[in-house]
Design a protein around this ligand. Sequence first.
Ligand code: NOJ
Length: 714
Amino acid sequence: MKSVQIEDLLKKLSLQDKARQITQINADFIKADVKAEATGVSDGFYLTKDDVFGCGSVLNFGDARDAEYIRKKYLEVSENKVPLVMMQDVIHGYRTIFPVPLALACSFDADLVEECCKMSAVEASLNGVDVTFSPMINLSRDARWGRVMEGYGEDPYLNGLFGRAAVRGYRAGGLASCVKHYAAYGAAEAGKDYNTTDLSEHNLREYYLRAFEECLKENPELIMTSFNLLNGVPVNADSHLLVDILRKEWNYNGVVISDYAAVVEMIKHGYAENKKECARVAALNAVDMEMMSSAYIEFLPELVEEGAVPASVVDEMAKRVLELKQKLNLFENPDNATSVQKAEEACLCPEHREIALRSAEKSFVLLENSGVLPLKEWQKIALVGPLAAEKNILGAWACAGRADECVSVKEGVEKLLGAKVLYSKGCSVDLLSDDESIIADAVKTAKKAEVVVACVGEHSYHSGESASRADICLPKVQVKLLKELKKAGKPVVAVIFGGRPQVLTEVKEIAAAILYVWQPGTEGGSAIAETLYGKVCPEGKLAMSFPRSVGQCPVYYNHFSSGRPKSKDELHGQAYTCGYIDELNSPLYPFGYGLSYTRFEYGDIKLSSAVMERGGKICVSVPLKNCGSRAGGEVVQLYIRDKFASCARPVRELKAFRKVTLAAGEQKTVVFEITEDDLKFYGANGKFAAEAGEFEVMAGGDSRCAVAGVFRLL
Ligand code: NOJ
């Protein structure tokens, strides 16, 4: 159907039909074949059967069989036969589950992100999904927030880069993307999900909107608005964010969809008095589609008749949704016949499992190593801890992933060794457990071995939506387990699972090595075994800082300098400087940090000039040598600091990175180009431009690297 025909179709649809087209409901309503009423947190739905069979879209419906059934039934009952667009949360895999996005970010490998998203899309589209609610590119600096696992960490550049890679990957695999959550959702006060955010225009544009602006270069088909208040206004009513910036300044013409019931949540926010007002406000502020509440269906026609919302606005909203359907070829192929057999063949096929394995390996971050790793195959090991034999290592938002299809650490290690290993659970994985009764058995097991591998940390359900934590230390019982294991006199290798950075200050004192494996997905156990035994060399670098204590949250590398900065990271001796009296300022493990089984040395870093002309460039040469005895990969990072500007600039900002693999003894010089574009920011006049002055350049293996040179922009 051509766009002219979309206009014709629009003419045929009644106002009520249009309001239905711009509403997304749960597929269960269609399955149940009834009128729908759903109250819950957000007082969502009151729909007649005609409403249900007129809705434009469904979400989270199941697999290929469900999709076929739903599309067919919908088309049979629906009067106008406009096909459904079906959306699902395909976040880090469909059935084959890849590491959580925050883990993938630690690979510092955009091609890998693209590949994982492509594979996810291949499985999902064969299962009837048209649109995925992904990528999430919310900048997140507070590890207490449960959803940090869904994004790409604390750096705006990385979020933009990986967000773009994800959109490209999904498209290549046959899925449309919905970039989310616009905007500032990750800035929730105290890390509590759905909580208030308050940001200056400068902070918003410079940090929280950057990745969105960047992602729009890939033309994502949809953007999802967020749940939060921003500066006192619910995002779904924020004309500055949605109309001025998104539609007018960035010319975004795709579909804007609300988050789940967020339109009617404006009542609970204390902003809109009733559902009708919610519908009016969201419609007038460019929210094209309402997810999982029925303010549009119930009130938009009435609002148009009363003249409170122009009919042209509703036409525009419906048009965008119909255009999306056209773009996805749904009119030509309304029942989007999915072959159940093909879907089954694609899911968990060897190629996808192989990428799940490789991506997990590349996402692990080696935080400590006294030399105990890699393990030797002849060493007798004891595998302990609540996550050692756990099959659910999928992470939150695992879509159609199944725990029974995952490789646990125990299975992975036993497969690699070709033998059974000593095992004891040691304690419960519950965050609040104080049951120490089975620690003794783990200690007994440890005593029979030469090395202990303790698998601890968070379970898949300890992070994700609505899973914020006030205390992100390892649970007390797990720390006790580690201490007792150490007392047994054997080196303890801590393999730590998590959907967020955790406070590992105590663990650092106990463990001989720490391997952070996040929520690694389907092939997690195999990837952990390969890494522990040195079949692969860890090369992940942190995309989010790890605090020393919870009170440091939010701690992030690209912060501003206070007027009284500490000159050294110390507790005492510098009165009246910015910091704590009971904690250092630095994180335990900084952004960009990660060890390897080999050792890299940086040589003399050189700048091609001390002056940059407007439109010119500076080359930064960074010599790197693998001084260890085995091959390995390093992420060479380039940071700059704009020393004085009309708005103070962060102490450093990542501008580029390069992943380099070197054989033992090999050296290479990485050359970065810095251009004027890299120096631009939103200045005091609101303009995005580079200001003349001095810039420091730092390059190295993590965000603590020293200043290597200075240049001046004319
Ligand atoms: C609510 C979440 O915030 C959002 O990310 C997700 O896509 C929707 N629910 C749909 O499941």
